[in-house]
Design a protein around this ligand. Structure first.
Ligand code: CUK
Ligand code: CUA
Length: 640
């Protein structure tokens, strides 16, 4: 299909045109499935996958875990959203994880997972992901696959250029998509220009505990900070952010916001700012934000409300922030494994712009500037340009690397992945995606050490790839074998929610570290019962605490009397199984939260507020033994 365009507007219509005319005749195309491809993705019964792939859940607010190459989904990890399957966000232990300065927010829009690194290589300790809507960053343990920490990001709005991490997981970085008045205040929207600010947050990660803390927020001019990536190897110590709307328009009809032929990539020397802050620099400012921690010994979540944050004015730290002009509203901002090349994908362009880190440093040292924006020096485009990739595609978004000197870029409008060579900028191969690809992922493909065997394309539109399921369809991932010179499409599989980005890691790194069971003798939950003979019922005013134990297949106690209408009944349930993968569930009639799933060695709490007199049953929701159906009990509720 030939596409020509003469204006930005034509490009936007091209988006609509291409995505709506796709292959909608019910006949799929691009089926490259021959028997050798079938062998490549076939993981025989009893065998296991070679890679884990963690896919963001988009508006599901969660993170899903897949195997590659099979495309089998293993788990959905609840992060920002309540999840009835496990009771996350419903149990008393996990409710605090969803507290924010706006109150209890039980959903979000999760975009970019990133795995912790040591020396620029995946270490598989934690995975981080951003909440885009109510700005938050979560840390998930990769031994328990549970969300263990969430920190809210104040002064941010649309937490999109997040959550990317530095080479030794010194920082997880969160950038704001929307600039806003800081501090927030009542003011005319049309006065945006010059008055709004964009906060780029550097959140430190404790190397032992993993605990996050906002070290500083860099208060940048009021542009939109879209995506970011850390420098690595030679550019370690820097962080790069794409911007759009450098016009600072308050309404983004393209006539307003795409006037500038070039927006910027902001280059931030965070080491320099860190030094400034460590020497007492920066200004403390009042800010309200929640810090939620899940303690893996007590199995309890807690919320602390923080009251201030340290802000840094970039003009106070000379030599720390520069702008690199980059054409056509750049979206993805990706740094190659050597740290030399910074790739800006201008959404409204056909070409990719590659900047050189070495040239950037030269230009800075020689003070070769081309003006400034709000006091921040702008480097000359020609002085920092390493090369241009004449891609022949339309709507470039994101780039990953295979560690063999090649880069792979997605094109949303022309629906394809293009493979090109770093240094010579020549296009080596291109393969269509079905349809409209956003991010792509090579395991380790944004680290110093990629595992360049597969690339997964994360497509926004599914159309005719699967059996029809009504107007709404799941999104679609496509797997390409990239071990040879040419890419080969080998598999399609549906995904859950809207996966924006994904992070992959070899199973050989992660699988051996996965924890199998919580030890009951290490359970420090304040309401745990460590043996069934401690099970009991205690009344405190109108609160009734039931300390309950479960073991195949019985609740102790299972007949509870003495509860009255208007009481608040707490079921504290400890699972006493010693064998891994034997959960028990708990459901009580009329319970308006959700069931609970309690793993061996764990304690979880559910509240029930009976409104009616009677004898009411409860039961186990997880098929735990041949006598699972017998795992039940009654609560007698008497008049108040
Ligand atoms: S993205 Cu968030 S709008 Cu290109 Cu990372 Cu999908
Ligand atoms: Cu316990 Cu079913």
């Amino acid at each position: 299909m030939k596409i020509y365009y003469s204006s930005v507007l034509a490009l936007f219509s091209a988006v609509i045109f291409l995505t709506s005319c796709g292959n909608n005749n019910g006949k799929s195309s691009g089926g490259a499935l021959n028997s050798s491809n079938a062998e490549k993705v076939y993981v025989a019964p009893g065998e296991q996958d070679e890679f884990y792939a963690f896919m963001s859940g988009g508006y599901s607010g969660n993170l899903t875990v897949y195997g590659l190459p099979s495309g089998r989904m293993f788990k959905e990890i609840p992060v920002f959203s309540q999840f009835p399957t496990s009771g996350y966000g419903y149990s008393e232990e996990t409710k605090p994880m969803l507290e924010t300065s706006h109150g209890f927010i039980p959903w979000d829009d999760s975009h970019h997972p990133d795995i912790s690194q040591t020396n620029g290589e995946l270490d598989g300790r934690w995975i981080f992901i951003n909440g885009n809507n109510t700005p938050r960053i979560a840390r998930i343990s990769l031994t328990t696959f549970e969300t263990v920490e969430i920190i809210e990001v104040p002064n941010s709005a649309g937490n999109h250029s997040s959550s990317f991490i530095t080479e030794n997981t010194e920082y997880v970085v969160a950038g704001t998509r929307f600039s806003v008045p800081i501090p927030q205040r009542d003011m005319p929207i049309k006065d945006y220009k010059g008055n709004f600010k964009g906060a780029l947050s550097f959140i430190s990660v404790d190397p032992e505990s993993g605990h996050m803390d906002i070290k500083f927020q860099l208060m940048m001019p009021g542009f939109d900070y879209d995506l970011s990536h850390p420098g690595r190897d030679k550019s370690h110590g820097w962080f790069f952010f794409t911007t759009y709307n450098t016009e600072e328009a308050n309404s983004l009809l393209e006539v307003n916001a795409s006037q500038n032929d070039k927006d910027f990539i902001a280059a931030v020397n965070w080491k320099k700012i860190e030094e400034y802050v460590n020497n007492g620099g920066g200004t403390k400012m009042p800010a309200n934000y929640a810090h939620n921690l899940y303690d893996e010994d007590t199995h309890m979540g807690t919320t602390t409300m923080k009251k201030e944050v340290l802000t840094v004015d970039p003009l106070k730290v000379p030599g720390a922030v520069f702008f690199l002009p980059t054409p056509k509203s750049p979206h993805g901002c990706d740094v190659d494994p050597t740290g030399e090349y910074i790739i800006g994908n201008g959404k409204l362009s056909a070409d990719l712009t590659v900047h050189s880190f070495t040239k950037m440093i030269d230009a800075i040292e020689n003070k070769k500037f081309d003006g400034e924006a709000y006091g921040i020096p702008i480097l000359k485009f020609e002085d920092v340009l390493a090369g241009t990739v004449k891609s022949g595609g339309l709507g470039p978004l994101h780039t990953e690397f295979d560690g063999k000197g090649n880069a792979y870029t997605t094109f949303f409008i022309s629906s394809e992945v293009v493979k090109w060579k770093l240094g010579s900028w020549e296009v080596i191969d291109r393969k269509p995606t079905f349809y409209s690809v956003g991010h792509l992922m090579i395991p380790g493909g944004n680290s110093r050490k990629p595992f360049g065997k597969y690339v997964v394309a994360l497509n926004k539109i599914t159309k005719d790839r699967y059996l029809p399921t009504g107007p709404e369809m799941e999104h679609s991932a496509q797997l390409y074998d990239i071990s040879g010179e040419k890419m080969e499409l080998i598999y399609d599989f549906p995904t859950h929610g809207e996966p924006h980005y994904a992070a992959g890691i070899p199973a050989s790194i992660l699988a051996p570290k996965s924890q199998k069971i919580y030890r009951l003798d290490e359970n420090k939950h304040p309401y745990a019962v460590l043996s069934p003979d401690q099970a009991r019922v205690e009344r405190k005013g109108n609160e009734v605490h039931i300390y309950m134990s479960t073991i195949r297949s019985h609740f102790t106690p299972d007949n509870i009397e003495g509860v009255k209408v208007g009481d608040k009944v707490y079921f504290h349930i400890t699972n006493h199984e010693q064998d891994f993968d034997v959960p028990h569930g708990f459901a009580m009639i009329g319970q308006n939260s959700s069931e609970l799933l309690v793993m061996p060695g764990q304690t979880k709490t559910s509240i029930w507020e009976p409104k009616q007199v009677g004898v009411w049953p409860f039961y186990c929701t997880d098929f735990c033994s041949a006598l699972h159906q017998e795992m039940q009990g009654y609560v007698r509720v008497s008049p108040a």
